[in-house]
Design a protein around this ligand. Structure first.
Ligand code: GSH
Length: 203
C-alpha cells in the first residue's frame, strides 16, 4: 500500500491527520505538485482528475478523493471512529464534513485556484470567481466561530473528520492572508488551539 502525498497541500494533509488519529502508518511517495508531476501522463493513468492524494492498494487498486481514502481506513480501522457512530451521529458528522468541504474549504481553495498564478496553466481561471470566494472567505471563519460557540468540536462533543477538514482549510487560508481574529473569533481561536495541539496536527 502507498499514499501519494504532498507536504504543502491541504487535501493530502487531511489524510495524514486522519491516519495519525487512527494510529495507522502507511508508506508515502511524494508527488511534486509544484513541478506539475500530478499533471503528467504517468500520474494521469492513476488519477485522470490529477488530484493528490491517491492511495494505491497492494492489489493495484487506486483510490482517489480524500474522503474516499479516509472512508477506506475508517472501515479497515474503525477505532477511534472519525465518521461518527450510529445512524444519527453518522448523519450529523456527514452533514458537517460536507459543509466544511463544500462551503468552507471550497471557498478558500476556490480563491487560490482561480486567483493564484500557481494554477494559471492548470485550469481555466475565472478571476471573478476568485474575487467572490475571497470576499466570502472571512464570512466562513465567522460561520466556524458561530458553530464552535455551540459545541466543543465542529460536529458536536467528539473530534471527527469534520474537524480535520476545517483545520486544513483554516490553516491553508494563509495563502489568502486570512487569519483567525482572536478578539472577534474567540470560539474559533479556542478550537484551533485545541485541535492544533493534538499530535496528529503535525502529520
Ligand atoms: N477532490 C479532490 C481534490 C484533490 C486536489 O485538488 N488536490 C490538490 C492538492 S490539495 C492538487 O492536487 N492540486 C494540484 C493540481 O490540481 O494540479 C480530493 O478531495 O482529494
Amino acid at each position: 500500500m502507498k499514499l501519494y502525498d504532498s507536504k504543502t497541500a491541504p487535501n493530502p494533509r487531511r489524510v495524514r491527520i486522519f491516519l495519525a488519529e487512527k494510529g495507522i502508518s502507511v508508506p508515502t511517495e511524494p508527488v511534486d505538485i509544484a513541478g506539475k508531476q500530478n499533471r503528467g501522463a504517468e500520474y494521469a493513468k492513476k488519477n485522470p482528475m490529477f488530484g493528490v492524494p491517491i492511495l494505491e492498494l497492494d492489489d493495484g487498486t487506486i483510490i482517489a478523493e480524500t474522503m474516499a481514502i479516509c472512508r477506506y481506513f475508517e472501515e479497515t480501522n474503525p477505532n477511534p471512529p472519525l465518521f461518527g457512530t450510529g445512524a444519527k451521529d453518522k448523519a450529523i458528522v456527514e452533514m458537517w464534513q460536507r459543509r466544511m468541504e463544500l462551503n468552507v474549504m471550497s471557498c478558500i481553495t476556490g480563491a487560490f485556484r482561480h486567483g493564484n498564478a500557481f494554477f494559471a496553466d492548470r485550469i481555466t481561471q475565472v478571476p471573478a470567481f476568485a474575487e467572490q470566494c475571497l470576499k466570502e472567505a472571512p464570512g466562513m471563519f465567522d460561520f466556524l466561530d458561530q458553530t464552535l460557540a455551540k459545541s466543543k468540536f465542529i460536529a458536536g462533543d467528539r473530534y471527527s473528520v469534520a474537524d480535520i477538514t476545517a483545520l486544513c482549510s483554516v490553516d491553508f487560508a494563509r495563502v489568502l492572508r486570512l487569519k483567525i481574529d482572536p478578539d472577534k473569533q474567540k470560539n474559533l481561536a479556542r478550537w484551533h488551539a485545541e485541535v492544533s495541539a493534538r499530535p496528529s496536527a503535525q502529520a
